[in-house]
Design a protein. Sequence first.
Length: 81
Amino acid sequence: MPLPDISTVNDLRSALSRYGFPGDRERFEEELAAAIGASPTNDLEGAAAVVRAYRHRILIRNSPDIMAALEDARPRGGRGE
């Protein structure tokens, strides 16, 4: 999958809908709204942190190396494995 261009919050929303993990878009909207609501009007660092975290999730989701490492680290089901 080619890495999506994410240079705006709307780009991030689109990327989360298309490339994110299930539920990412909804959680992003909830966390962003909460961060904005809790932020002083002159400091939106909390909202920026939410945007950075979810942008990072998209980068992880679109990295074959990282996804392979996550799959390798995942516990295997069944007995004796």
